[in-house]
Design a protein around this ligand. Structure first.
Ligand code: SAM
Length: 227
């Protein structure tokens, strides 16, 4: 990660070059950095035969947070633009024919049937056109389906009532720190999710960052029901 996001012609090529060398160790390092994934997924109430899509699924590690119930899901689509991470997902779930690792862009991929749940775990912050990915995700969901998002967070300078406020240093430091790795903390993300899916729950929190003792990065988790 210290080298940052490499320059390349396309977003997919940048992701391959960035994650390729660290793919084998990806899950171990991110375990201590990507907070709230288990809590978010553990809080979801899905039908036993759910159809779940994760956009930006990487190695597919998050499927284990669904526990044994994931074996009964009707279909799971792990969608990612990064081939080296998807290769790990593909071999990890080779024995589960209902789990599909799909090389595709989250802004465009459409399933053949509407899904019960669409999940973004620390992926919207890496997707350049995150608004297009959000619009696409809502189009992939059936009415009554669940949109679940967990990601790093940064508050706007003047947050609306009900949202956390971050001090000036927090708002300056974390977006710059993460931009080096192609991770973009966007003040508009959480308010946009809340406005797009009015029936929702959200939690805002902070968590430690490996290698930066004493500092904590803001993150949020969100789940909402599509009208
Ligand atoms: C920080 S990783 C998170 C991976 C996984 N969700 C997790 O919790 O470990 C962000 C992921 O988003 C993927 N990604 C970035 N842009 C994407 C896009 N436009 N379409 C699909 N996946 C994308 C990256 O390749 C990477 O696997």
């Amino acid at each position: 990660m210290l080298q940052g996001m490499p320059r390349a012609d396309s977003h997919a090529a940048r992701l391959d070059a960035f994650y390729g060398p660290q793919a084998a160790h990806y899950d171990r390092f991110r375990e201590r950095l990507l907070h709230g994934r288990a809590e978010l997924i553990g809080s979801l109430r899905l039908p036993p035969d759910a159809h779940v899509i994760e956009f930006g699924a990487g190695t597919g590690n998050n499927l284990r947070y669904f526990g044994a119930s994931a074996r009964d899901f009707r279909r799971v689509e792990l969608v990612d633009l990064c081939a080296p991470l998807l290769d790990i997902a593909r071999s990890r779930y080779a024995g589960l024919p209902h789990v599909h690792a799909v090389h595709a862009d989250a802004t465009r991929y459409r399933p053949t049937q509407a899904a019960d749940c669409v999940l973004f775990a620390y992926s919207l912050s890496m997707i350049p056109d995150w608004r297009a990915a959000l619009v696409n995700a809502l189009a992939c969901l059936r009415p009554g389906g669940t949109l679940a998002v967990v990601d790093f967070h940064i508050a706007p300078p003047h947050p609306a009532p009900g949202f956390s406020r971050h001090d000036w240093l927090t708002r300056q430091f974390w977006p710059r720190w993460f931009a080096h790795d192609g991770v973009h903390l966007r003040p508009q993300l959480l308010p946009t999710l809340c406005a797009a899916v009015p029936l929702h729950e959200k939690v805002e929190s902070r968590g430690p960052v490996p290698g930066l003792p004493g500092l904590s990065v803001p993150w949020f988790r969100f789940s909402g029901v599509r009208a």
